[in-house]
Design a binder for this molecule. Sequence first.
Ligand SMILES: [Zn+2]
Ligand SMILES: [Zn+2]
Length: 200
Amino acid sequence: MDDRQVLLDALAFHGHRCWASAMGVRMGLAGMRALGVGRSGAKALHAVVEIGDHHGAMCFGDGVQFATGCTFGKGNIEKDPKGKLGLTLIDKAGGRAVRVRYKPTLQPRIKASAFMQKRTAGVPATEIPESEQWELVDLVWDAPEGDVLAVGPVVDLEWTEPEEVVRFAICVGCGELVAEPYLRVTNGEPRCRDCSGYAV
Ligand SMILES: [Zn+2]
Ligand SMILES: [Zn+2]
């Protein structure tokens, strides 16, 4: 799949077209290229994104997930919340990692755009005309790489994989499937947290 198709598919997954998700795709692809690895279909890669919670440009995380295959479902992505568009991509088997950082050279143009003026005024991204959504995506996507991101260096990083428990049980209270580490035992019977009466 060429990069442009990755971008189009990522934006379809994301739900609207925005500069932060496009930068997530671009920075994810740049990190994979620096490590010489492909998309993580299973868990060969691990990503650390530096976005936090409840702030603008968090859409970055969706672009990274789609491009790298490091996803919250597989559990091979995590946040190191700093409110930044930073990505560290780790090649577990290779024992190497690279940090890709966003270079905010286009920020004055992004801030002045019709899209961001409307976002700042509280208009949801999906209610902004498509042409204005594309204007910002194209701005960051078409910019020379060195203008919008910096890659590396590639450094050594020893990875220790946490143990994954693949066992489940049925809660006797609600009948729902529960992953074993989250089971509580009350009166000798397995229960989910909701049915156990325990707070955690
Ligand atoms: Zn977005
Ligand atoms: Zn239950």
